[in-house]
Design a binder for this molecule. Structure first.
Ligand code: ADP
Ligand code: ZN
Ligand code: ZN
Length: 746
């Protein structure tokens, strides 16, 4: 045994959390190789960079050789794990993602790990020290500990708890000290034991609800999904709002739990409402682990470990939960699969839906995508029969789909954005003691502050945008870089105090409605009004308490909430996305309008939706109102195909930003020339062009777009582009990012 090396290769390739598309070679010290079998997926401590600072890295492979001479290679400092901290399938997924998204592999691996593991903490459950009395301690007369008052108290207590011992909690409740325990330990009267602390973060479910019997569509969908449960496959559950998609999840999950499998349910960033969680809790007798952004590092690690060990069966989480290792995963559900928050918009720009599908393929399990407004990508896959397309076209229970009506704003005199007709309809609804929801995707008081004398407009110092007026907070706020200044009363240019606001935000609309409808509570739901932790719960509680109420809100309202007494939905400005310079503008607007409209009439009362528009005859608005989202999406897909746009052609956008005005643009211009030899005829390069908001947070931004019908070709070009960019941004103050399958192209 002495001379058998457990790890035979002399080198390891290590991924470090640095923005370099490379791994780093280290020597394995003999002593380590004798004692440990070093494998991919274990963490190591290695010297790296300036002054050989110690960094945490992840072993990617062990290797017999290196491109560097032995003398150049440093030995690794320590091995942090006895076994890989992520299972093979996740290791492979991360490696794939690094290739597919052309992102530095170290950053991908470190993104996948909980923060405490990134810092090198041990991948174990937290332990706590319990104390037990020894045989000798049990027989010791407490009075023999004359002068040691604290030890006396401790011994007395522990003799009474001889069977179960004293936990840290009990020790503090009984006002005992661990110092006393240590004193007694030396005398051999007590002993300590380390215990795992597991159950700290899960919510306890209690089955209290009897499930409704499924309608025909729901039953058929459930059956189909269950039939695919033993192998990889993707199903698109395309069901109108309120059609009972969640009910279908619950049935499928139930069946998988009976097979002792785990289910990962992914939700958009702000998509999980307390209502949905309660629904899950009331249906299962198992522990549900929530992965959300408000967890401490320790809670996150505990949850991670519970899931990895298979102790948690149902996992509900946002984007990053796609990286959680599991013991026996049986299904991944992605709710609201069209939601843009599944795509990470900075750093490692992955799409969690696409990663989930890749993961499921590797683990040979099914994926269920669900939405009332599926992304054009998923619809195209369904049309091409790559996904199973399951449609729910009826509302569950008694509810009916709401009626959509266009309100022509042309030539109307408006009251803070409302037409006379809209206000009248609101009044009638409130008189019936029903609720109204007003949707306006613009928070704050007004989007613009202007001077009547000289035309000055309040603009951000760091971005090319106007500042939003927030009256209540008395601030001018930049929604792009988050900087703010006090709200001025005086024009800084001409010192006139005739400043006025242009346009409306939710804060203003809330105020206006409070004046119009004095008897009715007006509740605002947006990022400003829900900053405090339990604010959203409090607001929704109020909504349920009153029969008559008006809700004013941004897209936060569109997600998942169930307000049974809302029968009228007002879309203040249906035209926002019509003339967007982004080819996805129409898709987004249609999704948002349909989702918000879906909040109306979700119980037995029929709902109505008013779309205020200056373009009532616009083909898209007309199609959406008369035929619905699917018809609009089919038109949109045809158009995308004709124009060779995603999802038919694949797209990568390269972004660059620099403090100096022309540098980012210059870099991309140079890159474009470099790439020209690699481009094939079917590729289409656009740009470099300036971003719509050229300057953001002080950085000037430019983009270069490359499209191709062939992924393979595109990837080869991007691979050389990323090498070139890494080489050519070393000494400059230009940052670049590669965005594969971008959702934003401006
Ligand atoms: P979705 O997720 O498609 O928006 P939900 O699953 O939330 O729809 O269902 C909408 C409402 O209808 C919920 O209140 C739910 O409890 C109820 N519901 C769902 N399925 C049925 C059914 N088969 N019978 C009666 N009510 C149902
Ligand atoms: Zn002025
Ligand atoms: Zn700004």
């Amino acid at each position: 045994m002495e001379d058998t090396l457990l790890t035979k290769d002399p080198y390891v390739k290590v991924a470090l959390n640095v923005p370099l598309r490379a791994s780093f070679d280290y020597k394995i010290p003999k002593a380590l190789a004798y004692r440990h079998h070093i494998r991919p997926g274990m963490r190591v401590k290695v010297p790296f960079g300036n002054g050989d600072r110690q960094s945490i890295g992840l072993v990617i492979e062990t290797s017999t050789q290196s491109d560097f001479s032995d003398a150049q290679i440093k030995p690794l400092t320590a091995l942090l794990d006895d076994s890989p901290i992520i299972p093979q399938e996740l290791f492979d997924l991360c490696a794939w993602a690094a290739r597919y998204y052309h992102h530095p592999i170290g950053e991908v691996f470190f993104h996948a790990l909980p923060t405490s593991l990134r810092k090198g903490e041990s991948a174990d459950f937290r332990t706590e020290t319990w104390w037990f009395v020894t045989e000798q301690g049990q027989q010791t007369d407490i009075d023999s500990l004359k002068n040691a008052k604290q030890q006396k108290a401790f011994l007395e207590a522990i003799q009474q708890h001889a069977e179960h011992g004293l936990s840290p909690h009990l020790i503090s409740v009984l006002e005992l000290t661990t110092n006393a325990a240590k004193g007694l330990e030396k005398k051999g009267l007590v002993r300590s034991e380390q215990r795992n602390l597991k159950r700290t973060v899960e919510t306890h479910a209690h089955q209290t609800q009897v499930p409704p019997s499924l309608n025909l569509e729901q039953a058929a969908a459930t059956k189909t999904i269950l039939a695919m449960r033993n192998e990889f496959g993707v199903a698109l559950l395309d069901g109108i709002t309120g059609s009972g998609k969640t009910e279908v999840f619950l049935r499928v999950i139930e069946a998988l739990l009976q097979e002792d499998k785990q289910v990962l349910v992914m939700v958009p960033e702000i998509g999980l409402t307390p209502q949905t969680l309660r629904r899950f809790e009331s249906r299962f007798n198992t522990d549900i682990v929530l992965m959300h952004s408000n967890m401490t590092d320790r809670e996150r690690l505990d949850a991670w470990l519970m899931i990895e060990h298979g102790d948690a069966k149902i996992i509900i989480g946002t984007r990053s939960s796609v990286f959680i290792p599991t013991a026996n995963l049986g299904l991944i559900i992605i709710d609201e699969e069209h939601d843009a928050s599944y795509k990470q918009h900075e750093g490692f720009r992955y799409h969690a839906r696409d990663m989930a599908i890749k993961r499921a393929q590797g683990q040979n399990i099914p994926v269920l995508l669900a939405s009332a407004t599926p992304s054009y990508e998923s619809l195209a896959n369904a049309l091409q029969k790559r996904y199973l397309w399951l449609k729910l076209r009826q509302r569950a229970g008694e509810a009916e789909l709401p009626q959509m009506e266009r309100v022509d704003l042309r030539g109307q005199s408006l009251k803070q954005g409302f037409s006379e007709y809209t206000l009248e309809r609101m009044r009638q609804t409130l008189e019936r003691r029903e609720q109204v929801l007003v949707f306006l995707n613009r928070r704050g008081y007004a989007p613009t502050l202007m001077c009547h004398q000289c035309g000055w407009i309040a603009a951000c110092d760091h971005c090319d945008v106007n500042l939003t007026v927030h009256k209540r907070a008395n601030k001018l706020h930049c929604h792009h870089c988050d900087s703010h200044k006090p709200l001025t009363q005086e024009c800084p240019e001409c010192h006139s105090n005739e400043l006025f606001t242009v346009g409306e935000g939710t804060e203003q609309v809330e105020g206006v409605l409070n004046q119009y409808f004095k008897q009715t509570p007006v509740l605002r739901i947006d990022r400003d009004s829900t900053q405090r932790k339990s604010a959203l719960t409090q607001i929704t509680q109020k909504i349920h308490e009153h029969d008559q109420a008006i809700l004013v809100g941004t897209q936060m309202l569109a997600k998942g909430h169930h307000f049974p007494n809302v029968t009228l939905v007002v879309i203040m400005d249906a035209d926002v996305g019509l003339f967007s310079s982004d080819f996805r503008g129409m898709e987004r607007t249609a999704q948002l309008i349909t989702q918000v409209a879906g909040r109306a009439g979700r119980s037995s009362k029929r709902g109505h939706v008013l779309l205020q528009t200056y373009h009532p005859d616009h083909a898209a608005i007309q199609c959406l109102c008369e035929q619905g989202y699917e018809a609009l999406a089919m038109d949109g897909l045809r158009e995308r195909q004709q124009l060779a746009l995603p999802p038919f052609h694949h797209q990568v956008v390269i972004r660059a930003e620099s403090q100096q005005e022309q540098q980012a643009m210059g870099l991309l211009m140079h890159l474009r020339n470099e790439l020209s030899v690699h481009l094939s005829d079917d590729m289409q390069v656009v740009g470099p062009y300036a971003a719509i908001i050229v300057r953001k947070a002080g950085q000037h931004r430019a983009l270069l777009s490359i499209k191709s019908p062939q992924r393979g070709n595109l990837h080869r070009v991007i691979a050389s582009a990323s090498r070139w960019l890494e080489q050519n941004t070393k000494n400059h103050k230009i940052r670049f990012a590669i965005d594969v399958d971008p959702l934003e192209t401006f």
